[in-house]
Write a protein that binds this ligand. Sequence first.
Ligand code: GLU
Length: 445
Amino acid sequence: MTIKTRFAPSPTGHLHVGNIRTALHNWMFARKNSGEFLLRLDDTDKTRSKEEYVTAIRGDLAWLGIHPDSEERQSERFDRYEAQFAELKAAGRVYPAYETAQELDLKRKVQLGRGKPPIYDRAALDLSQDEIAGLEAEGRKAHWRFKLDHDTPIVWTDLIRGDQNFDPALLSDPVIRREDGSWLYMLPSTIDDIDMGITHVVRGEDHVANTAVQIQMFQAFGAAIPDFAHEALLVGTEGKLSKRLGSLGVSGFRERHIEPQSIVALLARIGTSDPVEPIADGSLLVEAFDFSRFGRAPARFDDEELAQLNQKIVHVLNFEDVKDRLPDAMTAQGWELVRPNLHHMGEVDQWWQVVTGPIAEPELTPEDQDFLHEAQSTLETLSWGDGIWKEWTVKLKEQTGRKGKSLFMPLRQALTGLDHGPDMSAMLPLIGRDAALERLKAAIS
Ligand code: GLU
């Protein structure tokens, strides 16, 4: 059997870090099992679904390296839902109801007032044909509910939550279709999961109660029930995800120079018993992916952790990974020079400018200026090569007696305009002889 998972966003907005995590886990699980990963666009809501969000969702997944094997859209499947709905109707598993939102609200309040759970009382099932005709004559339109089977307990073994047990009598028959004929989420999703051969449904634990209902829908169609994995929700450091990076989508991550590999490495591991590690090669994360490592407690998303992980990831990226985003003249050697100094890729230009110039004018004491005079004339006598820094500084040490910081710092300041930065022995050959002599001259003039 081919493992098949799906990610089913509604294109009513941009993906945020919580959806991205769900998408990622579905994709990783399919990958790990040589299965397929489907992108299903839940666009039944015609007014709220927007084509720009469809495009953005595809683009965001691609940026993360998540490539669906196939794509489906619910808006293209209304005929199918209609046919399946007719089947449930013929089998007596759906029924019309006419209560208004206010009437339902009142019922709930009364139940709660009596200390009872607010479960729909199935009053609509008792309506006679005459009463229905009367309501329709008043201009009322039916919405439709799925009739749960109270005699069949709902059980499944969740891949994350373990054994789950629901008494259907304690659930309301869900509304599956509105007065205007439009579909709510519950039934189309089940029909799709059946038709598209979904073997594993991976989603947030806010869907656990939906799963209980949908299991009875699978049964009503005589379909195989997929496996389920409900993951604990993602929360921010302050307990919610509304602030800072957590609320941002992919465009926010890009603006802040967060690498896709960093998002993947973090979201693959938070909330699991495996440590978050700077693993830039996604296939290694896929290999280790396992629902049994997932915890039941909410996963904490921390901006700071992401920024730190991102820095570590940048430090292991190869020239090949980044070359399209580097300044034109920057070679693999240049990348290796600059890389250890980066907090994120947004700093490449600024470090590369230290090589190519112009640089800031250093502030030097008269003693250091004298020293730099000597450094300049010494450098002029040496033959230029990759070992130039070592040769030059050894010589200067002999000549001046300077060592350590007092030897190296004025040179660094004169050559880079900064008092910290990349390894000078790697940097000096890249700066080049002429530019180096020019900078020394400029520093002492
Ligand atoms: N469109 C639904 C949502 O975004 C899909 C839920 C599911 O995975 O079944 O919540």
